[in-house]
Design a protein around this ligand. Sequence first.
Ligand SMILES: NC(=O)c1ccc[n+]([C@@H]2O[C@H](COP(=O)([O-])OP(=O)(O)OC[C@H]3O[C@@H](n4cnc5c(N)ncnc54)[C@H](OP(=O)(O)O)[C@@H]3O)[C@@H](O)[C@H]2O)c1
Length: 276
Amino acid sequence: MPFELSGPLLILGAGKMGGALVAGLLSRGLDPKHLLILDPAPPPETEDLIRSHNLAAATASFDGVEGQPSVILAAVKPQVMEDVFPPVARLAGSDTLTLSIAAGRTIASFEQHLPAESAVVRAMPNTPASIGHGMTVCCANAATRPDQRELATALMSAVGEVAWVEDEGLMNAVTAVSGSGPAYVFHLAECMAAAGVAVGLDAELAAKLARTTVAGAGALLEESGLSAEQLRCNVTSPGGTTAAALDVLMAEGSMKRLVDRAIAAAHARGHELSGT
Ligand SMILES: NC(=O)c1ccc[n+]([C@@H]2O[C@H](COP(=O)([O-])OP(=O)(O)OC[C@H]3O[C@@H](n4cnc5c(N)ncnc54)[C@H](OP(=O)(O)O)[C@@H]3O)[C@@H](O)[C@H]2O)c1
């Protein structure tokens, strides 16, 4: 994996997602000397990483920061980004890549604080990134060079799969499917557990069955290489129990219509929040 870094990789905000990225990068062989953490109060897991790998920590005054960062990884909460990013942006040079994972923060909102023609990549990971199984979609501005795209791919690959879109307008659609998507699957597990109780299982066993089934089905979907449709057909015998359940879920596309509405609602909310 190429981690071509000529200057520090500055992590702005090393909380859940920033910390997961640090952990993923270190486990993929990034030399700890490249990392520079800026977070006044990181969570205990990140503190442990900082201590065990002897990572450099920056202060808000940036005393001792040498050279332009190769990458500023902007990973604070979206609502504080407007206050926190501008002073950090002053460190950026012409070769610095700003890589933001902040939900809803547009490329333009970073460009306004950076030198003209600065590379900016907006990335949308999702929460399974915390265990290295994330899905991140990236979108770059025109100033981003091919090698900087490769670098962004390599960095985000530390926490899972990476895909790219060219049209930033699609980031709200991405958020509606993969960004918010894990919560839909968690809710499915909740519903299955509650329904298990309704047909006589005790709550603990029902929750275990739902959790393990969702996790196992997800792993099979990932590892088999078969489509979701094919896997569904493979386990559905005509007239059997699975078919009886799917007759309900798929009657006149009922589950599909519900998911369509849910994702459309997330998409519309994304547009509202980003003012687009
Ligand atoms: N978590 C996810 O599943 C997920 C998914 C997609 C995108 N994202 C994006 O990832 C970003 C981070 O989310 P998160 O869940 O990792 O949030 P988080 O756990 O709250 O991490 C943010 C970190 O930034 C720190 N921070 C606050 N002010 C700072 C400052 N002035 N300078 C440096 N660091 C500062 C926070 O410290 P305090 O706790 O002390 O404030 C915290 O440690 C967000 O923009 C979010 O939209 C997250």
